[in-house]
Design a protein around this ligand. Structure first.
Ligand SMILES: [Zn+2]
Length: 222
């Protein structure tokens, strides 16, 4: 199997934030193979770090193994900048504490704005649904990660594994286990995870309907 393919497969399961960054860098849009600003091969005439302008006036920077348009890099920087600032329109926090910074990364809002938002949601009865929605989303990404791990394991499992030692010699390990049974168990885990994902997606959709009904569509995450 080519490295490129395994990168694509892994990319389906990485954390949404990292995926967003990678997609922005490579100019990809979700679930499409549309690729621009990316070339699998290193442009052999360019050295890493070199910046040049093509005949259409677009500025590029050569990275290790790919080139990226400079404006795309600006998008990434802007996106990262956004990730480290409180998203609340009426935020008055001047300096973020460490707790604020953590909360902003996790929720998009600083502690003060989050508390304000939660008291509004508690007052209008939305909070329990919102809480449930957040938990469902967390569980969903957990199970998706887990399924990816099971799938990786199933691909890699074999009776004999080879390890390359530091000195370059190869060490072979033979496992006295029933590999077919291990594979069967892994497949069961994968099937279980698939079912859980389906159930969680349904729950997520139902809670999104509820949040819309309660006039809080802004709480819905993509
Ligand atoms: Zn704030």
């Amino acid at each position: 199997m080519s490295k490129r393919k395994s990168f694509e497969q892994k990319n389906n399961y990485i954390h949404p934030t990292r995926k967003k960054i990678i997609d922005t860098v490579f100019g990809r849009e979700d679930n499409t193979q549309r690729v621009h600003g990316y070339e699998g091969e290193v442009d052999s005439e360019r050295s890493v770090g070199e910046i040049w302008t093509d005949k259409e006036g677009k500025t590029w920077e050569q990275k290790e193994g790919y080139k990226i348009s400079v404006s795309q890099m600006d998008d990434v920087r802007q996106y990262l900048e956004k990730l480290s600032n409180c998203q609340a329109e009426d935020c008055n926090t001047i300096q973020y504490s460490n707790a604020d910074k953590k909360l902003i990364r996790k929720t998009g809002k600083c502690a003060t704005c989050l508390a304000k938002e939660e008291s509004v949601l508690r007052a209008d009865g939305t909070y329990p649904f919102y809480e449930d929605y957040k938990i469902s989303n967390n569980q969903l990404s957990y199970v998706i990660d887990l399924k990816a791990q099971f799938e990786e394991a199933l691909k890699g499992v074999s009776q004999t594994l080879e390890f390359i030692n530091e000195d370059g010699t190869i060490q072979k390990w033979h496992y006295d286990v029933d590999i077919e049974k291990v594979k069967e168990d892994l497949q069961k885990d994968i099937d279980g995870a698939t079912e859980a994902i389906e159930a969680l997606l349904e729950r997520k959709a139902a809670l999104e309907d509820k949040l819309r009904e309660l006039n809080h569509p802004e709480l819905i995450k993509i």
